[in-house]
Design a protein around this ligand. Structure first.
Ligand code: NAP
Length: 511
């Protein structure tokens, strides 16, 4: 990694190349970081750590920071959320300025950022999700508008929308109306996918009030979920238990719910135990531990699974949805097909057999992965549609063409760079790689410091129209304090404010 004195020298060299004498042209390496989730914050941390002069502006479309830590991590996992303490310290560094409620492509263009900053780092994650691609897949998602009647064909939600809603994301408040409009009780819910997001959704639907009420889950959402009358959740995985994407901690939590029993079928475990699965187990200790737990849950000997409980989660393996059935415009069931595993260890695929099953369902959650979308203002040749990522080499944005032309000054980090996988900590190595590319390019002169224009005055201030209601860090601190206060009154960790106008008012930005 670069040493500070070499970097300072590079800054001076760049300044020398300008027409004015060095004494009159103060310059600074200024970086705009778009997004304020884990990938953005780890990138900021390493930029600050590795360069003594770098100044950073955070551009976040919501008034509030922290991305998926605030709006994705399950409310009953406060230990995971505690990373925001570290992120807040980073945001309070005097070389960092936070610009909340500023939308890239609306309030400021990418081209403006590129011409005003030394570098722009995109850390805006994945704002969409993968589809099932099956017949009857009528979506009721963020494009839903109850007033237009879209709701009348409802009953299918993305897990992303459901998760954002119970976590208080202001753009997903509409999920409440969708759930309330469904024919009650929602006895059977089908969730497709066996990743940790699917497990989170199943757990939040079935956890008892006492397990959830003191967390930072939105109280209103908790009441709506409890009022749905869910009796069974069917969690469908297209492959076997050895290939499941969830982790053991999340599976264990599901097996120990106070009022919900986890059920696993013997025949589905047996069908998944191919020779290739045995080889996969022999090569992976985490998978062996999951298999042991799955076996004990199936036998009823795992701690917490015994006894009769109010609700049930059926963790199903080797089952794929093929069709969504509906009645009077509402989802009524999911047709499924049994799969068999084909292929060698590490590459087994689910292949449909002739065996079909119809599962009743009043709500279907699609949880087969998040998906990034093209970045506003970024030319299409830099977005890889097949992988749904911004094309890059070690974080440097490049074209998808075979010559991989570098988009000078533009970098990417996190899910937008590598795809929607990994835990919060996965962003550490990812961010380090991107930051190393930024600093190498600064040192080589490929990107240059920009005029310091008035010391602490950020270029963004000049770019934004006066009517943009920017929430600065002090404004977010006011939101944070108010949410904490409301939480104390309600006997919980925090009561999130879910409406943008109210967030702006509390931040002191309402006009
Ligand atoms: P994920 O881990 O990639 O899981 C996606 C699931 O969808 C897999 O089971 C996959 O099965 C299945 N799938 C994909 N396409 C399908 C299709 N067409 N039909 C049926 N099933 C299909 O994604 P995720 O659950 O959205 O999680 C995203 C990342 O966030 C993961 O890295 C996850 O670990 C992380 N996360 C972590 C936590 C936590 O640590 N507590 C919580 C939430 C999320 P195949 O394996 O067969 O493709």
């Amino acid at each position: 990694m670069l040493t500070s004195h070499r970097l300072v020298r590079s800054v001076i060299t760049r300044a020398h190349s300008c027409s004015k004498p060095l004494s009159t042209v103060a310059t600074l390496p200024r970086i705009a970081v778009c997004g304020s989730g884990p990938s953005a914050f780890y990138s900021i941390k390493y930029l600050l750590d590795k360069h003594p002069d770098v100044h950073i502006d955070i551009i976040e479309k919501l008034p509030t920071p922290f991305g998926l830590v605030r709006y994705g991590v399950a409310p009953d996992h406060p230990d995971v959320k505690s990373v925001v303490t570290q992120f807040a310290e980073i945001a309070e560094n005097k070389r960092v300025q936070y610009f909340g409620n500023v939308v890239l492509g609306k309030d400021v263009e990418l081209s403006q950022l590129l011409s005003s900053y030394s570098a722009v780092v995109l850390g805006i994650g994945a704002t969409s999700d993968r589809k099932l691609g099956i017949s009857g897949e009528v979506e009721v998602d963020e494009r839903a508008d109850p007033a237009t009647g879209t709701l009348s064909s409802g009953g299918l939600l993305s897990a992303r929308s459901f998760v954002h809603w119970y976590n208080g994301h202001p753009e997903f408040a509409w999920v409440k109306a969708v759930l309330q409009a469904l024919p009650h009780p929602l006895r059977d819910v089908v969730i497709v996918g066996h990743g940790n997001v699917a497990i989170d959704c199943a757990r939040i639907m079935t956890e008892s009030l006492s397990e959830l009420q003191h967390t930072d889950i939105v109280t209103d959402a908790l009441e709506v979920i409890r009022g749905c009358g869910i009796e069974r959740v069917h969690l469908l995985g297209r492959r076997g238990h050895v290939q499941a994407a969830f982790t053991i901690k999340e599976l264990r939590e599901l097996s120990k719910l106070a009022e919900c029993r986890l059920v696993i079928r013997r025949d589905e475990l047996d069908a998944g135990m191919t020779d290739a699965s045995r080889d996969e187990l022999a090569a992976s200790r985490p998978r062996k531990r999951i298999t042991d737990l799955v076996e004990n849950i199936c036998k009823g000997t795992a701690p917490g699974v015994e006894g009769i409980k109010k609700q049930e989660i059926h963790l199903r393996f080797l089952v794929s949805p093929t069709d969504i059935t509906s009645s009077e415009g509402w989802v009524s069931g999911v047709k499924t097909v049994r799969n068999s595993l084909v292929g060698g260890a590490g590459g087994q695929a689910a292949v449909a057999t002739a065996e079909e099953e119809l599962l009743p369902a009043q709500l279907l959650l699609r949880s087969v992965g998040y998906k990034s979308e093209p970045v506003p203002g970024l030319e299409p040749e830099f977005f890889d549609d097949r992988r749904a990522v911004v094309c890059n080499q070690r974080g440097r944005v490049t074209s998808t063409a075979s010559d991989a032309t570098v988009k000078t000054g533009l970098y990417v980090t996190g899910w937008l760079k590598r795809g929607p996988s990994g835990i919060i900590g996965t962003n550490i190595a990812d961010a380090k790689e991107t930051v190393e590319s930024v600093l190498t390019d600064l040192e080589s002169g490929m990107i240059a410091p920009v005029p310091a224009s008035g010391g602490d005055i950020s270029p963004l201030r000049e770019l934004l129209a006066p009517d943009v209601n920017v929430v600065d860090w002090a404004g977010f601190r006011r939101i944070d304090a108010e949410e904490t206060r409301r939480g104390q009154v309600a006997g919980k960790l925090r009561e999130k404010i879910t409406d943008v106008c109210e967030l702006l008012a509390v931040a002191g930005r309402c006009r």
